[in-house]
Design a protein around this ligand. Structure first.
Ligand SMILES: C[S@@+](CC[C@H](N)C(=O)[O-])C[C@H]1O[C@@H](n2cnc3c(N)ncnc32)[C@H](O)[C@@H]1O
Length: 266
């Protein structure tokens, strides 16, 4: 059976890394979208006072696109991923980049091998909402980030969903029920794509992955005080899609799906 069922984002990316396709570690189908996100984050960071030639930690660094973009600005760029399979794939792809290194680590625990110092910048983009994360593991992650930073250092938390993106997805880990859900909700293009991926997996080495339907989400009015309770000071929040700055009055706007947050350790 080519279907592989996973109930955590960690397990999904481990499986993708085994297949050896680096670009899939971003979780996006379009590499240009990953590049666009990296440039947007880089631009937002350029307005902040982050130590020059310092250390950046990209927690859940995906295919390493952001680290590549930041490597000329930082002395040491550390990408952390939760499996050896991802770490090894990334290390091979970046073997010529002298100041980029990869460690195995999970957001919920401080990295023991952070090269002897704190992180001038921690970026954690499109990770904390993933399948398997909940309020408790997000709080644990914020506690771990706090331990790895000191006063004045910057924390960038990207793509935190405002609403439950899995709402109404009652198919669990069943492929058949997923197809029915696509039909019922009019997602015909997605249905075709997934049938194609499924059929391709039956004649190639690729596995077809179905992931569980739970994950973390939070509105800015709850998320900002939560992060502040871990010793951070709020700087700004941006609509992840347009990068528009969120102000107190529009944090509940219906048309914002995900938010990028910037904090400074106080
Ligand atoms: C959707 S991808 C995002 C990749 C990248 N940050 C980006 O924005 O392009 C999710 C990443 O989070 C990582 N991840 C999943 N669970 C994690 C955990 N518990 N701790 C740290 N990283 C995790 C995955 O390995 C993967 O690299």
């Amino acid at each position: 059976m080519p279907i592989y069922k996973v109930s955590s984002s960690r397990e999904k990316y481990r499986k993708l890394a085994i297949q050896g396709d680096l670009s899939r570690l971003s979780g996006r189908h379009k590499p240009l979208e990953t590049k666009r996100r990296a440039l947007l984050i880089k631009d937002n960071l350029s307005r902040l006072n982050v130590k020059k030639n310092g250390l950046v930690l990209d927690m859940g660094c995906g295919d390493g696109t952001l680290l590549r973009e930041l490597s000329s600005r930082f002395g040491i760029c550390v990408g952390a991923v939760p499996s050896d399979e991802e770490k090894n794939l990334l290390a091979r792809a970046f073997c010529d980049w002298e100041n980029i290194l990869f460690l195995r680590g999970e957001s919920e625990e401080p990295l023991p091998e952070l090269p002897g110092r704190t992180a001038d910048l921690i970026v954690c983009n499109s990770v904390l909402h993933g399948n398997g994360f909940d309020a408790s593991s997000v709080a644990k992650s914020l506690g771990a980030f706090s331990v790895m930073q000191e006063k004045g250092q910057v924390l960038y938390l990207g793509e935190i969903p405002v609403r439950n993106e899995f709402e109404g997805r009652d198919y669990g880990l069943s492929f058949r029920r997923y197809l029915v859900w696509c039909l019922k909700t009019g997602r015909l293009w997605r249905l075709t794509q997934n049938l194609f991926m499924y059929l391709r997996s039956s004649i190639t080495e690729n596995v077809y992955i179905i992931q569980g339907t739970s994950g973390f989400h939070s509105v800015p009015d709850d998320f900002i005080p939560l992060v502040e309770s871990f010793g951070y000071q709020y700087v700004s929040a941006h609509d992840s899609a347009s990068n528009a700055l969120l102000t107190t009055g529009n944090t509940k706007k219906e048309n914002i799906d995900r938010v990028d947050y910037i904090f400074i350790k106080s």
